[in-house]
Design a protein around this ligand. Sequence first.
Ligand SMILES: Cc1cc2nc3c(=O)[nH]c(=O)nc-3n(C[C@H](O)[C@H](O)[C@H](O)COP(=O)(O)O)c2cc1C
Length: 439
Amino acid sequence: MNVKVPKSKQEFLTQCTDAAVTLPYADDLTPLAKPLTIGTKVAPNRIAYQPMEGCDGTPSGCPDTLTIRRYDRFACGGAGLVWVEAMAVAEEGRANPRQLYFHDGNADDFARLVERIKTTCLKENGYEPIVIAQLTHSGRYSKPEGERAPMIACRNPLLEQNAPCTDADIVTDDYLDALGESLISAAARAERAGFDGADIKCCHRYLLCELLSSYSRPGKYGGSFENRTRLLRESVKGSLQACGRDFIVTSRLNLYDGYEYPLGFGTREGYGIEPDYTEAIALVKELASYGVKLLNFTMGNPYFNPHVNRPYARGGYEQPEHPMVGCARMSDGIATVAREIPSVAVISSALSYMGTESAHVAAACVENDRYAMAGFGRLILAYPDLARDILRDGKLYPEKICMACSMCTQIMRQKGGTPGCVIRDAEVYAPIYKELVKK
Ligand SMILES: Cc1cc2nc3c(=O)[nH]c(=O)nc-3n(C[C@H](O)[C@H](O)[C@H](O)COP(=O)(O)O)c2cc1C
């Protein structure tokens, strides 16, 4: 499929027609400038910078030079909310040897990072963003030493076609009990370090997300809806109890994995890969009843069906659908679930493929209450000051946008690769990309 990221309204509308989808669209971007109250905190605008891992921490898991550079750029950019990338809460659950790893021994390094994000944004933009810590265990995708060391919730023949596992890789209930405790302690540590909130990460088929569809797992974490959602629910509840009432306890949550029942979440028997949000709605209503005020919705598995997770122009395989179909699935799915929990502010995902027009789609969605905040991912690596341009100039500039070329993820998948934007941040990332291609 020969597609390019749209750089004008006309190109966007043509692609929507080609893909036979409709997405909301507003010419006026001012809805994105409205503040948003989340519990007792206020985000100064409706633009969220999604977690974007750089795989560039120190071996002991602290932010390193490139990590700090990335957050400096994000802080200058002026987003109302910065969702700090995946931070492992267990050494064996790191996705790579340079993934951030958050523990008692390095909490001060993270406190300095948060302080730096807040003061930089204040100095550059006149306000502080809300800063969230993403707490994770990489589960099936753990590679703490750089080689696969999977820790899985249950066997999955689809995902194991190219990445074999054994029954010995299934984590025990005791391990999951202890992980729940680690997540709760990490949320409390994040509060002490100055974060405004902590995300019990449950997306992209990492361990907690995999549990959501562990239909075949025996015991208290498998089988029934109650069991499959237990670790997320108890970690959220425990974190709410362990932290102060101003602290935001949240989750980045997969609404739909994109594979058939019983291999994934968000589908039902006999309906193939057609999304079914019944369980996602039941889960978010339950989280809302605990007092959760913010959720960040996403879909898919970046290792298995990236066209669902982050629609692209160029990627590792020929995608089975027009990328605009993926953008519409994400937007409509998020709106369908968000509508059921009016007390919760919802952040959207997967806007980047829509290029300059992503801000117009987001403004319409915020204005029409489809979701409360627009979450930008790849675009912020290419265009870290996008919030400023939206708020100040009322538009995004075509020469700065992400081309959805997947070079950032190509770097990420290579051993030792530290992803960034090869095209727009070429001074730093083009040499890194060239070196990896040579290898
Ligand atoms: C290089 C890279 C790093 C990412 N790191 C994270 C991460 O740490 N945590 C997370 O939840 N998602 C992560 N994602 C997913 C993005 O946050 C986002 O969901 C995805 O790119 C789709 O949004 P977009 O279309 O705006 O890029 C990453 C994606 C990329 C390409």
